[in-house]
Design a protein around this ligand. Structure first.
Ligand SMILES: Nc1ncnc2c1ncn2[C@@H]1O[C@H](COP(=O)(O)OP(=O)(O)OP(=O)(O)O)[C@@H](O)[C@H]1O
Length: 266
């Protein structure tokens, strides 16, 4: 590993790293989307990934639970570890990995099932509850943690797709929480939502970090500033700069970061 390069890119995570990425290169066919990424993701904090369109934020996010495996032609090189265990070369089952590292997408995507069954799906699949009472309890707890219980408790048998966009996104967060993940990846989770629904999700993210490690891709620098403790700025497939969010926005060390946050490009 090129230590000099690493220290210029990255400040140490503010908490113990939950995830470490070292020398990560990603290719789509012959085209390189990420170049030698070194990044520590601290436990129980929110890390934002920001940067202009096409810089590789979502590609990096998908490396963290091996979602790139399902994209044809996508090759991931380097080392990414979760609690010190290599995600790609240790025989870790990707399905179990995705239970530990859950994901919430840009567009809310509830299953075409009842609200209850959306949440119950994961615990049933992974066999993490042993009877109906435990399942009921898990569903209620997940919906409470996602701040949705009061709004849906009287309509659990109604379709998840009948909820508002913001409620659907909180349902998807509840669905991710229901299998007790350690990390939650969020790919622009508010981009399809209005400002009020966005504010609710942002409050929720802040509450969730007590229990989970969160990595969020966002196009909104204001959102990164509001929700995250650390921010990583990507540009043309490189991780240009990472550090405490306040520091990165007030005194960026790289001209490219400065250019992006002052709106000169992006
Ligand atoms: N499935 C794919 N096949 C081929 N190239 C891809 C694929 N997905 C992404 N890319 C390319 O990889 C690069 C990084 O894309 P990525 O979606 O990770 O960027 P991003 O920063 O998340 O962009 P945006 O903010 O627009 O979502 C881009 O050049 C993109 O065109």
């Amino acid at each position: 590993m090129d230590m000099q390069n690493y220290t210029t890119q990255s400040e140490t995570a503010t908490s113990e790293p939950k995830i470490t990425a070292r020398d990560v290169n990603v290719f789509y066919g012959a085209s390189q989307a990420l170049k030698s990424i070194q990044l520590d993701i601290g436990a129980n904090e929110v890390t934002s990934l920001i940067g202009p369109s096409g810089c590789g934020k979502s590609t990096f996010l998908r490396c963290l639970n091996r979602m790139n495996d399902v994209i044809e032609n996508c090759t991931v090189e380097g080392r990414i570890s979760l609690d010190g265990v290599d995600l790609y070369n240790s025989g870790l089952d990707p399905v179990l990995l995705r239970a530990r590292v859950g994901m919430v997408f840009q567009k809310p995507n509830p299953f075409p099932k009842s609200i209850f069954d959306n949440i119950a799906y994961g615990p049933r699949l992974h066999g993490t509850v042993s009877n109906k009472d435990e399942l009921d309890e898990r569903v209620e707890k997940s919906l409470r943690r996602a701040g949705l219980w009061e709004e849906v408790k009287d309509r659990l048998d109604k379709p998840g797709t009948g909820l508002s966009g913001g409620q659907q996104q909180r349902l998807c967060i509840a669905r991710a929480i229901a299998i007790n993940p350690e990390v939650i990846l969020m790919d622009e989770p508010c981009s399809a939502l209005d400002p009020i629904a966005t504010a609710k999700i942002e409050e929720l993210i802040d509450e969730l970090r007590e229990r989970f490690t969160i990595v969020i891709v966002t196009h909104s620098m204001q959102q990164a500033a509001r929700v995250s403790q650390r921010t990583a700025f990507f540009h043309l497939g490189e991780l240009v700069e990472v550090g405490e969010t306040d520091r990165l926005f007030t005194s960026p060390q790289d001209d490219r970061t400065q250019g992006y946050i002052t709106g000169r490009f992006g």
